[in-house]
Design a protein around this ligand. Structure first.
Ligand code: SIN
Ligand code: FE2
Length: 200
């Protein structure tokens, strides 16, 4: 893996995971999951999304961007919960709080193609990812599309920090392995990514 990539298996215990899922249920009731579409083509993503924080990541025909409001309700996103701010402060190595927590929900055959997280202004902050629910096959590559990649299975409670040279590397989710966790009643996977968007 690239320098600055850190894998913290089982970083969140079962109680913390359950508590996060409860918090997310309340957040989703306020800011419902939406299905983003690809810029230009309008092709839908297979994941559904929402956000927490002062900024949220959205994708529609006009492009990828961060905005302070939900694209369908027009309301501000719910705040990032303290447990996630605490996690960021403990492991990010970055002295300012994240502004966005993207919530990706994988159901059925949902996956995420190789991409780079590059819509932020601040690349010295890492992207911190939390996995909840079914195990996923995470693919990590290098800074160029088409370069060598390797896979890592992410289980519920695992935390990944993409900082340093890994911050702008290609990554994605090949597939989610059904029935590998009992955390979510209906199965599937939730991934949270905490991001610092603006330069402080
Ligand atoms: C992402 O890159 O936005 C999601 C990664 C993941 O689901 O683990
Ligand atoms: Fe990403």
């Amino acid at each position: 893996m690239q320098p600055g990539f850190r894998y913290l298996p089982g970083h969140l215990g079962a109680d913390q995971q359950r508590q996060l899922v409860e918090t997310l249920r309340l957040a989703v009731a306020e800011a419902p999951l939406f299905t983003p579409v690809m810029p230009r083509t309008g092709r839908p993503f297979t994941v559904r999304m929402t956000n927490l924080g002062t900024l949220g990541w959205v994708s529609d025909r006009d492009g990828y961007r961060y905005q302070s409001t939900h694209p369908e309700t027009g309301k501000a996103w719910s705040p990032i919960p303290d447990t996630l701010l605490g996690l960021w402060r403990a492991v990010s190595g970055y002295p300012h709080d994240p502004e966005a927590c993207l919530v990706n929900v994988y159901k059925g055959g949902a996956k995420m193609g190789l991409h780079r997280d590059e819509d932020e202004e601040e690349f010295t902050a890492p992207v911190l990812s939390v996995s909840l629910g079914d195990m996923a096959v995470f693919r990590m590559g290098g800074p160029e599309r088409g370069g060598k990649t390797e896979t890592l299975k992410l289980s519920s409670g695992d935390v990944v920090v993409m900082g340093g040279a890994s911050r702008l590397c290609y990554h994605g989710i090949d597939r989610v392995l059904p029935g590998t966790s009992t955390l979510l009643k209906d199965g599937g996977r939730i991934n949270l990514t905490l991001r610092r968007v603006t330069k402080p």
